[in-house]
Design a binder for this molecule. Structure first.
Ligand code: FAD
Length: 485
């Protein structure tokens, strides 16, 4: 088979890349190869500010992309290898695809601690969430390990089950927010969940079970979940309790013992109050602070490793320190005519002063769209400049049912000690943090309905000297929008 443009992966990056190629080159055939029977479709796309965007993600049968983009053909197969020099891709059934340009969008795999242990699970796709729900429904106590978005969402959502949240840092949710905001959220940990308005789901939901899998029994590698993945799911254990979360800070998992190993070890385990625990558990988890907890299972939410395996043998891809495929400012890898986008790649260009890469769906979408533009421009002998979305880091999410907006160097990343912080906190309502250097705004964390995102984004982009205003910048009685108009 011979195709001008090939995209590998049906996640947000791959689908956006294929859709963009389709609109830029309506005459060319585009082939999307994906291991999963469902693709991720972006819906309700909304720009909140110049760089902040919000959207929903629906899982749809692969065929839906072909109906939407007539020149895109979707093939549900796994890629087994790539011969970049000869421009040939090999699929798991032995079929070969010859391409002119290819974009690799194979995402990442959960980085599991103890990946052979049947009591350790990761959360990545719809199937892994279903497995998690099934296990939780009979669980009395679970341990969640990790301090990023997935762990934070899980501890908020799990009810009816004791949760031990083991983090290696001093404060919770530290992948995204600073210790101050971590403290702000700590107060929410054991509160009863805020009742949310129950709305009928507007989204069409498909599960992998709805879709007939092809031939093999091997489960396909699904794409990462999208926004709201946890919102409508029942995450309830067997106990008659709402939230019951104990945080173990500055720890890692030292060992996971079976019941027999634990009994033979002579070690003691404790309950959530630190008293000896006489219960019987499937696993006993030993932390580096010497505490041992009996649990039904452990959720490993410790990040992802870029899914590069099929592409590396026989090729000369430059990899970054985090094992992602390095791409330049045109999304090109070090192999000719091979591009990469989304979780699988690492931005290898000199980043703009206020941008950083994080493996998020907004960046997967932006990289997918931009890589398609770069592929087409190169085919036409043109050069385009780096998309504006890579000027300022901007992310909107929800933690503990609070809106969270992160802008620029929101955690003073890379600023050393050379910065100052302005803070406005109203417990249970909002947390506003501004990072300033030389009187200029470098980044901000906005938690709650602050309405400050647009003004702050502009202040970061324009690098306005705020020295004369800094004492009033966060004054709630001043309408800052009018001030800088
Ligand atoms: P993926 O979505 O992983 O897609 C990879 C695709 O490649 C899949 O279709 C897969 O089937 C296919 N594939 C893999 N290997 C092969 C192969 N050999 N051959 C063919 N096809 C292959 N981001 C946020 O911004 N905010 C959040 O709150 C957030 N929460 C998250 C919660 C969870 C539980 C998870 C797992 C992720 C979360 N993320 C969040 C991260 C976000 O989902 C990812 O950054 C984003 O979806 C990555 O998209 P992608 O297209 O690069 O990769």
């Amino acid at each position: 088979m011979m195709t001008k443009y090939v995209v590998v992966g049906g996640g947000i990056a791959g689908v956006t890349c294929a859709e963009t190629l389709s609109s830029l080159c309506p005459e060319d055939e585009i082939l999307l190869i994906t291991a999963s029977p469902l693709i991720k479709a972006i819906t309700n796309y909304k720009k909140i500010t110049k760089t902040l965007e919000e959207f929903d993600v629906e899982e749809r049968p692969n065929i839906s992309l072909q109906s939407k983009c007539e020149n895109v053909k979707v093939v549900q197969k796994s890629v087994s290898s790539l011969d970049a020099k000869s421009h040939v891709l090999r699929l798991d059934d032995g079929q070969e695809v010859v391409y002119q340009k290819i974009c690799l969008c194979t995402g990442g795999k959960p980085k599991l601690i103890a990946d052979q242990n049947p009591y350790v699970i990761g959360i990545r796709d719809t199937e892994s969430v279903q497995e998690f729900q099934k296990r939780l429904s009979t669980a009395r106590r679970v341990m969640v390990v990790g301090n990023g978005g997935i762990a934070t969402e899980l501890v908020y959502e799990i009810e009816g089950c004791e949760v031990i949240w083991a983090i290696k840092d001093k404060s919770i949710s530290s992948t995204f927010v600073d210790p101050g905001a971590g403290e702000f959220f700590m107060a929410e940990l054991n509160k009863k969940k805020k009742t949310q308005e129950v709305k009928p789901s507007k989204r069409l939901k498909y599960t992998v079970d709805d879709i007939k899998k092809p031939g093999s029994d091997n489960s396909p590698i699904g794409g990462a979940l999208g926004p709201d993945w946890s919102a409508d799911l029942s995450m309830t254990g067997t106990q008659e309790i709402s939230h019951c979360v104990t945080v173990e800070k500055c720890v890692e998992v030292r060992a996971i013992h079976t019941k027999q190993e634990f009994e033979e070890s002579g070690k003691r385990c404790c309950d959530l109050s630190g008293n000896p625990d006489q219960g019987s558990w499937p696993i006993y988890i030993e932390l580096t602070n010497d505490k041992v907890y009996g649990c039904d299972f452990l959720v490993s939410a410790t990040g992802v490793v870029p899914n590069t395996a099929p592409f590396l043998p026989g090729n000369q891809f430059l990899l970054a320190d985090d094992s992602g495929i390095r791409v330049d400012d045109m999304m090109r890898t070090s192999e000719k005519d091979v591009y990469a986008a989304g979780d699988v790649c690492t931005a290898g260009w000199e980043p703009a002063k206020h941008w950083l890469q994080m493996r998020l769906w907004s960046q997967a979408r932006q990289m997918g769209a931009y890589s398609a533009q770069c592929m087409v421009a190169d085919m036409q002998g043109q050069r385009i400049s780096l998309d504006f979305c890579f000027e300022v880091f901007a992310h909107v999410t929800k933690f503990f049912n609070y809106k969270v907006i992160l802008l620029g160097k929101f955690n003073a990343q890379g600023l050393g000690r050379d910065y100052e912080i302005l803070l406005r906190v109203t417990k249970g309502l909002e947390y506003v943090k501004v990072v300033l250097r030389d009187g200029r705004m470098e980044g901000a964390i906005l938690i709650g309905e602050t309405d400050l995102e647009e003004t702050f984004e502009n202040l970061i982009l324009n690098q306005t000297d705020l020295t004369p205003f800094k004492d009033h910048l966060l004054d709630p009685d001043i309408d800052i929008e009018d001030f800088f108009d």
